[in-house]
Write a protein that binds this ligand. Structure first.
Ligand SMILES: Nc1ncnc2c1ncn2[C@@H]1O[C@H](COP(=O)(O)OP(=O)(O)OP(=O)(O)O)[C@@H](O)[C@H]1O
Ligand SMILES: [Mg+2]
Length: 320
């Protein structure tokens, strides 16, 4: 079964999308993994980092974007009896395989319009009134939130080693549903005070989610690590080092990636060609850093998954 990794930070413009598409590319291109990138942001930055606007427009016209799966999930949750004749679309029906001509790299195209908040609220309210008299509106909402992204990804899990979710900045329904679904999260940040606030806000929100879903025991997300991307004009000045030290005091050394992503104009240029820098310019400083980061990420995953397995073995021993 594939592991789901969310790239997330409440703060905008910290390098979430750049990290998502380049890590995914390195995993597929260098390490021969099967990887799915899911663009969950209505800014569609991950999509436009991998395909051209013309290709996106074609996908949208043919209903081959995430929007189709989200709206199907909303409709199916709202209806009393499901129609057995109705075709249920899955990730595999709409995904773009071997995107950027990289074997094993697939893209679930995002959309500029994923769902209508008012319609979702109305559907959930009606459902809580009609079908689930014993549930409060909040419980109905939580159930939907828990199942939305999980339900979309579930049939695709077996086809991938890694599914990487590019979340929008802020904290919306889709981001919460992604956090609930993920095994791990990556937190890109810049060594700036406001970015540090973003880290703290997100940690607090994830703790709250863990609390909300404690009884259901559905949240198993773990921090894989904080990745620092350097700001323009960054030199390892004492001030920036101080900000990174501030973060280091709140997290263990293992929770912060040793590899830092340098500020590299090739990264920004690559977006212009709708292709990640790891493909367009693999010898650039930025691409080399992403390749190094991916090796570090795989090691961290190995350690975390080993620990998880050990924990489950221990609990089996405990039961015996
Ligand atoms: N290391 C880097 N060097 C140079 N430019 C970078 C670097 N990392 C990101 N960028 C550029 O900075 C901009 C913001 O990056 P990105 O889109 O990855 O951030 P984000 O956190 O996903 O933003 P949002 O919150 O809007 O989704 C992009 O134009 C990207 O090309
Ligand atoms: Mg982004």
């Amino acid at each position: 079964m594939g592991k789901v990794i969310a790239t997330v930070n409440m703060k905008g413009g910290v390098g979430k999308t750049t990290l998502t598409v380049n890590i995914a590319t390195c995993l597929a291109k260098i390490h021969r993994k099967k990887v799915l990138v899911v663009d969950l942001d209505t800014q569609i930055s991950a999509t436009l980092s991998m395909i051209s606007p013309a290709e996106f427009a074609k996908c949208r016209k043919e209903n081959r974007t995430l929007r189709h799966l989200v709206s199907q999930a909303i409709t199916r949750y709202g209806v009393q009896v499901e129609d057995p004749e109705e075709k249920v679309y899955q990730v595999k029906d709409i995904v773009i395989p071997h995107v950027c001509k990289v074997q094993g790299l697939d893209l679930l195209v995002g959309d500029i319009d994923l769902y209508d908040e008012f319609l979702v609220s109305e559907m959930l309210y009606n459902r809580s009134l009609l079908y689930e008299e014993k549930q409060t509106f909040q419980q109905t909402w939580s159930k939907f939130e828990q199942g939305l992204i999980r339900g979309i990804l579930a049939p695709a899990m077996k086809n991938y080693d890694y599914i990487i979710l590019d979340c929008a900045p802020g904290y919306n329904l889709i981001t919460r549903s992604s956090i609930i679904t993920s095994d791990f999260y990556l937190m890109p940040a810049r060594p700036e005070p406001l970015s540090v606030v973003g880290i703290q806000l997100l940690e607090r929100r994830i703790d709250k989610l863990r609390e909300v879903y404690r009884e259901d025991n559905t949240i198993n997300i773990q921090l894989l690590g904080i990745v620092f991307s350097m700001s323009a004009g960054f030199t390892l000045s004492r001030y920036y080092q101080k900000v990174m030290d501030r973060v280091s005091s709140d997290f263990s050394a293992a929770q912060i990636f040793k590899t830092k992503i340098p500020n590299d104009v090739n990264i920004a240029k690559a977006v212009d060609a709708f292709i990640p820098v790891s493909i367009s310019n693999p010898n650039s400083g930025g691409a080399k850093a992403f390749a190094e980061l991916t090796v570090e990420l795989l090691k961290k995953l190995e350690v975390s998954l080993g620990k998880k397995e050990q924990t489950s073995r221990l609990s089996l021993v405990d039961l015996e």
